[in-house]
Design a protein around this ligand. Structure first.
Ligand code: DX5
Ligand code: ZN
Length: 211
């Protein structure tokens, strides 16, 4: 299992040392939650902060856009060379075009599904995707409770992936901890995002327990 700590739960007053600490604690990716106050009722970080994060990070960035106007934000964050940019399918009229745009920057592309979105809606995108991110909370905040029906959804998605593009990874985001990790692994999940579980515990032990 790959582990991507979400820096939303980090102490932003000492962000540099927080990034260094999770990298040292052997995380696989650094999950960056970009919220615009429109698509979700919260406002987080923009390019000024992500530029600094990218400088300090020794692990690749995984940028999760929770915004309206995805194209604008892809252009804004692409220069920091993240490993992944993911965008919400619920907020994009032309997902196929946007996936090609992300890839044209040499960045891996993923789509994100809210808890109520059926994975069948991305059946005809799977062949073009590097990752699908399933939300296991409603996007907007860290520290929320895991919604268990994501386990069934991950199994359903895994079947579509096996059928159409076995290279596409499944990531799950929200309320992940040592209690639900095994069920996620059994369902075929490849990467988990963990915010409060990592940052409220010993970073190294928390990451290790998820792995
Ligand atoms: C929620 C974010 C998540 C969140 C995860 O909108 O996308 O990445 O920070 O935090 P936890 O693990 O605390 O639910
Ligand atoms: Zn996220």
């Amino acid at each position: 299992m790959l582990v991507a700590p979400s820096i939303l739960s980090a102490d932003f007053g000492k962000l540099e040392s927080e990034i260094e600490a999770i990298c040292k604690a052997n995380c696989d990716l650094i999950h960056v939650d970009v919220m615009d106050g429109h698509f979700v009722p919260n406002l987080t970080i923009g390019p000024v902060v992500v530029k600094s994060v990218a400088k300090v990070a020794t692990k690749p960035l995984d940028i999760h856009l929770m915004v309206q106007n995805n194209t604008f934000f892809v252009d804004l964050f692409a220069p920091f060379k993240p490993e992944y940019i993911t965008f919400h399918i619920e907020e994009e009229k032309h997902p196929h075009r946007l996936i090609q745009k992300i890839k044209s920057y040499g960045i891996k592309a993923g789509v994100v599904l809210n808890p109520s979105t059926n994975p069948i809606v991305i059946e005809y995108l799977i062949e073009d995707l590097d990752m699908v991110l399933l939300m296991s909370v409603n996007p907007g905040f860290g520290g929320q409770t895991f919604i268990p029906n994501v386990i069934h959804k991950a199994k359903q998605l895994k079947q579509i992936i096996n059928d159409k593009n076995p290279n596409c990874l499944i990531e799950v985001d929200g309320g992940v901890n040592d209690k639900n990790i095994q069920a996620l692994k059994n369902a075929g999940v490849d990467i988990v995002v963990a915010g409060s579980y990592v940052f409220n515990n010993d970073y190294q032990k928390a990451i290790q327990s998820l792995k």
